[in-house]
Design a protein. Structure first.
Length: 371
């Protein structure tokens, strides 16, 4: 009887886990769709004259205003957040510094490149995550094991694909006729070859900071499981950092003036979605499933960017983006295959067995062991 009850309990737990997985998968796919929309709106606003620095300041300030009542109401209705220590504040400050760097590099990179280029370069995130995990001894590497070989090869392939996307723009693959009314917007968003290379380089750096954010968020949230509070404090730190840098770098006082409606739309989009909801969703997923699970949806970005560009912008796809993006995606899934191969869950025991020769469980091997 006890064995039957235990089996039923495990089955119910698996059903709940499966429902949660299905829900978070749908949410993360929606996040990738919204990500492409954010990149496109931001590109249009910055090409219209909005300063990258002012954009980050206003967006994070608005996000802070949005998160203050949201966090207060949430914890009043549920439970108070854990006690905030000085050590945790320092961790969140590091997260804010990385987040500020990411926002600056990605928006300047999009300004020089395009939303499709940004989506392609973000596929470097799992490769960077793997490299950082090795450097910080969060993950072991044994080249005699197939999983490690797959991750190393996938990392190299992804980097090669990134070079192709950046250095080879290629001929245009047009999906819209030249008489389309959306051609003006299409021309508005495209960049010449020289700025394309600069944009590719900046977005490569941005993808590195994206990987670093996942690691820092995992580091924070495992000891301080309060996503809204972390996001609020982080956005305040980013607002302060961005304000200081903008005052120093942005010499034109008119840059602080906004030109509605596109600039206001971009700021609101980044504040509500990019700074607030996206970070909360990612931290929830990181706490339950780990960084590699979150990064596995990145290849969807370039597909969504192409579809949205064709349907709504009359955008032009370039051959270099197709070739390089495909190579990056192959490298990405090689890394993900190695990651999946590395961890074998022993059914019903809650024990994880790793192919690695090391007995130490890597930090990034975040597993679900709810009982």
């Amino acid at each position: 009887y006890c064995k039957s009850a235990t089996t039923n309990a495990h089955e119910r737990e698996r059903e709940r886990g499966s429902m949660w997985d299905s829900g978070i998968i749908g949410v993360l796919v929606a996040v990738e769709c919204l990500e492409v929309g954010l990149n496109t709106v931001s590109k249009a606003a910055m090409r219209g004259g909005m300063s990258n620095y002012v954009f980050v300041v206003y967006s994070n300030f608005l996000a802070s205003l949005f998160l203050v009542p949201s966090t207060f109401i949430f914890h009043r209705l549920t439970s108070p957040p854990p006690k905030l220590t000085f050590t945790m504040v320092c961790r969140i400050f590091v997260l804010g510094l990385v987040s500020f760097s990411l926002q600056m590099f990605i928006f300047i990179g999009i300004n020089y490149g395009s939303p499709i280029l940004a989506s392609a370069m973000m596929n470097l995130t799992p490769a960077y995550t793997f490299i950082l995990a090795i450097i910080f001894r969060m993950e072991s590497l044994d080249l005699k094991v197939k999983s490690s070989q797959a991750k190393v090869m996938g990392t190299i392939i992804s980097i090669v694909g990134a070079f192709i996307v950046t250095l080879y723009k290629g001929s245009a693959i047009s999906f819209a006729s030249s008489s389309s009314p959306s051609n003006l917007l299409h021309e508005f968003l495209m960049s010449p070859q020289s700025t394309w290379i600069i944009g590719g380089f900046l977005l490569t750096v941005a993808s590195f900071f994206k990987s670093l954010i996942y690691i820092v968020q995992t580091w924070i949230i495992k000891d301080y499981p309060a996503e809204l509070s972390v996001t609020l404090i982080c956005s305040i730190f980013v607002t302060i950092m961005a304000s200081i840098v903008t005052v120093i770098v942005e010499r034109d006082p008119n840059a602080w003036n906004l030109r509605p409606p596109i600039e206001l739309a971009a700021i609101g989009y980044l504040a509500i979605y990019g700074v607030s909801l996206r970070n909360i969703i990612h931290m929830l997923a990181l706490r339950k499933k780990g960084p590699m699970f979150v990064t596995m949806f990145k290849p969807l970005g370039i597909v969504i960017a192409v579809i949205m560009g064709i349907l709504f912008l009359g955008d032009t796809l370039h051959l270099g983006s197709v070739i390089g993006g495909t190579i990056i995606a192959l490298g990405f899934y090689s890394v993900m295959w190695g990651k999946a191969k590395e961890e074998k869950i022993v059914e019903g025991s809650g024990i994880c067995v790793f192919d690695s020769s090391s007995d130490k469980v890597p930090l990034l091997q975040h597993k679900r062991l709810d009982v």
